[in-house]
Design a protein around this ligand. Structure first.
Ligand SMILES: [Zn+2]
Length: 263
């Protein structure tokens, strides 16, 4: 029987889950701009497949977030029925009425700006930089975790899609270049030997060009001789005037032939 993975949820619970997924993504991948393209895997872990820090296996199916490239780094468990329950290293704030109220407000709050919709950043990189409040780049100012999750997901898929598209276009271009210039294309490591590909292309392009420059006089001389032979006129006994005429005729014939080839 196929196990069905579904979780009944309320709007509030779903927002909690979204906030926890953001934490998971930032925890496994990173929370700075450079981390945006890091590839993560969101997966369902059936019951009894994930051990927590205390060695206890998950009793029910849960969600896990891990790095695509480094599975050995482990997983970030997220129980949709208890999103924050798996987090044991979260510092517990001292209990007070004020904090309780704050926690409640923060349940669906954007984890980056704590629901304020604004974050404090340095004005610039100069020595006299100062703190400035700007619109939160996660929730785009709404302060809601669900918005932060939405914008994060959109940013990730957009970036990744663009990256993959560029990569594929570039690889195809590389492949066609290699095919055209008889150079070995490596599907995986094609970016590494661009310099030698460039040299290979340069040598291929330079060779016929140099030949073209040399070819006309050589060919014309040979053609003039061949033409003289066809006309039963021994080249060796032909005066220079006659040779020049033969060269002219040969050139005319070759030019006509090459024009025909081009057109
Ligand atoms: Zn925010």
């Amino acid at each position: 029987m196929t196990q069905q993975y579904k979780w009944l949820s309320t709007v509030a619970q779903m927002k909690l889950l979204a906030a926890e997924l953001i934490r998971a993504a930032e925890s496994m991948g990173g929370d700075d701009e450079e981390s945006h393209d890091i590839e993560l895997v969101l997966a369902v872990a059936p019951a009894g497949t994930v051990q927590d820090d205390d060695g206890v296996w998950n009793a029910k199916p849960i969600l896990t977030v891990r790095l695509d490239e480094y599975p050995e780094e482990g997983v970030y468990p997220v129980d949709p029925y208890d999103p924050t329950g798996g987090r044991v290293d979260d510092p517990t704030p001292p209990a007070s009425a004020q904090d309780d109220a704050k926690d409640e407000r923060q349940a669906g709050a954007c984890p980056r700006c704590d629901g304020s919709g604004e974050i404090t950043v340095m004005s610039d990189n100069s020595p006299d930089a100062h703190d400035v409040d700007v619109c939160c780049d996660h929730c785009q100012g709404s302060g809601a975790a669900v918005d932060a999750a939405k914008f994060l997901a959109a940013a990730l898929s957009g970036e990744k899609y663009r990256h993959m598209q560029l990569w594929a276009e570039y690889r195809n271009f590389h492949r066609s270049l290699c095919a055209r210039f008889g150079y070995g294309h490596d599907e995986i490591h094609f970016r590494r030997d661009l310099v030698s590909l460039e040299e290979a292309i340069a040598s291929k392009v330079a060779a016929p060009a140099a030949g073209d420059a040399r070819l006309p006089p050589l060919n014309i001389e040979a053609a003039a001789k061949a033409m003289a032979e066809c006309m039963d006129y021994p080249w060796a006994h032909m005066p220079e005037q006659g040779r020049a005429t033969m060269r002219e005729h040969a050139q005319t014939v070759i030019r006509a032939a090459s024009q025909q080839q081009e057109g």
